[in-house]
Design a protein around this ligand. Structure first.
Ligand SMILES: Cc1cc2nc3c(=O)[nH]c(=O)nc-3n(C[C@H](O)[C@H](O)[C@H](O)COP(=O)(O)OP(=O)(O)OC[C@H]3O[C@@H](n4cnc5c(N)ncnc54)[C@H](O)[C@@H]3O)c2cc1C
Length: 459
């Protein structure tokens, strides 16, 4: 029996939609199966009473998101649909917010760091700056930082560089425990995206790109894939109660899900799949009757609340500062990010209690918050962000060198990059690997093995 599809894509997040888009452009018959009733995965947004609420991702950047910007240009998304946020990131210390985190001026203003730590920040920036070319976000396993964890790396510097900069950034934006995650992917990402002044968001919600991609694709929502089996030269998938066959499948789901789905994954894939663990994330969106924000002398977009200062929250994001259209005129929208140490308990509690706990904790930074909150929504992801541990880093090169096979993988975890650009790049890479197998390049010279796509072939 010949396979029914050229390619079955599992998961309609950014990785799956990008892979499907590239394969469709190449003329293949592609179908995307998505378990939930909507596309976007961890980059989904929804609309309620004039508010636009992001369930997962919050922003992208003008820099370090090359594959994303290429897709946006191809789909004809105008620049004004991806506006600059243009507000500061602050850190809480000693009873007040200090603006200027992730800005070059932090070496002068301190952004919460005392003079000795500031001098060490200059040292850190000089060290990374001198080696900038070696911090390639597509190859985090090859940097001069080796497999050090964030905390091990930070021991070279004043303690506050960890406690009031690296930890709050890693803890809030990536949900990381600095003792578990490797510093190399973090430095690669921070160097690539640059200062907060370049950060942008999608005007009408972070799901814009997912929605635009899905419009042009055959996406089946509400279709959970239960099993994927590699056969001789094709793939069999159990989708709901049906069996689907395809010449190729791309598993665009978090690594722990991919490892469970792929019943007969080759032995050389398993070590990396198992090493790609995830941290859970939990946040609460608060719909406000007025535009409240954390107190600070400079208007903030994000307030980081370090572990050293707070054990319930990791950050507060001012969504109505992203774009005026995110909340109705005169209203406000805040996102409260939970501290990773509290997430297991918060996930187990009833949503109302979880929301109460975070709103109470945030009242310390945003006076009057409890009275202004009209609705709260809790968003939790068991597989929130790839942890990028030293173990995963060590195993990545071998995984990336495997030959193209009937079952491929994509997702932010493949790049060990806790950001949507990682998902987009991994989707494009998986598509090129599928094409190399289904459509090996023609050659006029002597026969040679089909070209093996490498990360360098994806631009
Ligand atoms: C709280 C939070 C904040 C973030 N902030 C940012 C940010 O500011 N900037 C940024 O760039 N990135 C951010 N990210 C990261 C970004 O959201 C992800 O890197 C990206 O969306 C991952 O895309 P993906 O396609 O790899 O995975 P996912 O989005 O997880 O997509 C996987 C899809 O597969 C589906 N699926 C799972 N199992 C099955 C199955 N058995 N059958 C069928 N379908 C299945 C899921 O429902 C999902 O839709 C954030 C993430 C979180 C959680």
């Amino acid at each position: 029996m010949s396979p029914g599809l050229d390619v079955a894509v599992v998961g309609a997040g950014m990785a799956g939609l990008t892979a499907a888009h590239e394969l469709r452009r190449a003329g293949l018959e592609v179908r995307v199966f998505e378990a939930r009733d909507h596309v976007g995965g961890r980059m989904r947004s929804f609309r309620r009473d004039g508010y636009t609420i992001d369930e997962g991702a919050e922003q992208i950047s003008a820099h370090g998101y090359r594959a994303t910007w290429e897709l946006l240009a191809r789909l004809g998304v105008p620049d004004h649909d991806v506006p600059r946020i243009g507000r500061s990131v602050g850190v809480w210390r000693g009873g007040r917010a200090h603006p200027g985190v992730a800005e070059l001026s932090a070496v002068l203003t301190g952004a919460g760091l005392p003079p000795r730590a500031r001098a060490d920040l200059v040292r850190l920036m000089a060290w990374a700056g001198a080696r900038r070319g070696a911090f390639d976000a597509d190859h985090p396993e090859r940097t001069p930082a080796g497999a050090l964890t964030v905390r091990e790396f930070a021991r070279r510097y004043h303690r506050d560089v960890h406690d009031y900069l690296l930890q709050p950034v890693a803890g809030s934006f990536f949900g990381w425990d600095t003792a578990r995650s490797a510093v190399a992917p973090m430095l690669c990402l921070l160097l690539a995206v640059g200062p907060a002044a370049g950060w942008r968001t999608y005007r009408d919600g972070m799901d814009l790109l997912a929605r635009r991609l899905a419009e042009q694709l055959d996406v089946r929502t509400g279709r959970t894939v239960h099993e994927v089996v590699t056969e001789a030269d094709s793939v069999r998938l159990r989708v709901g109660d049906d069996t689907v066959t395809a010449r190729s499948a791309v598993l665009c789901v978090p690594a722990p899900v991919a490892a469970r789905l792929h019943a007969n994954a080759p032995a050389d894939e398993l070590p990396f799949l198992r090493a790609c663990t995830f941290t859970p994330t939990l946040k609460v969106s608060c719909l406000l009757d007025r535009p409240l924000a954390p107190r600070c002398r400079t208007p903030l977009y994000v307030l980081l609340t370090p572990d050293a200062e707070d054990d319930v929250l990791s950050a507060i994001i001012v969504d109505h500062a992203k774009h005026p259209g995110r909340a109705p005129a005169g209203r406000g929208l805040l996102t409260l990010m939970a501290d990773a140490r509290r997430i297991p308990d918060l996930m187990a509690a009833p949503e109302n209690q979880t929301a109460d706990r975070l709103v109470r904790a945030a009242g310390r930074y945003v006076p009057g918050l409890e009275a202004a909150v009209k609705h709260r929504f809790v968003h939790a992801f068991t597989h929130g962000l790839p942890e990028a541990t030293p173990d995963a880093l060590r195993r990545r090169a071998r995984f990336m060198a495997r030959p193209a096979r009937p079952v491929e993988y994509a997702g932010d975890w493949v790049m060990l990059r806790p950001a949507s650009e990682g998902a987009v790049r991994a989707g494009a890479l998986a598509a090129s690997r599928v094409l190399s197998r289904l459509r090996p390049p023609r050659t006029t010279g002597p026969a040679h093995p089909a070209a093996r796509p490498t990360e360098e072939t994806v631009s």
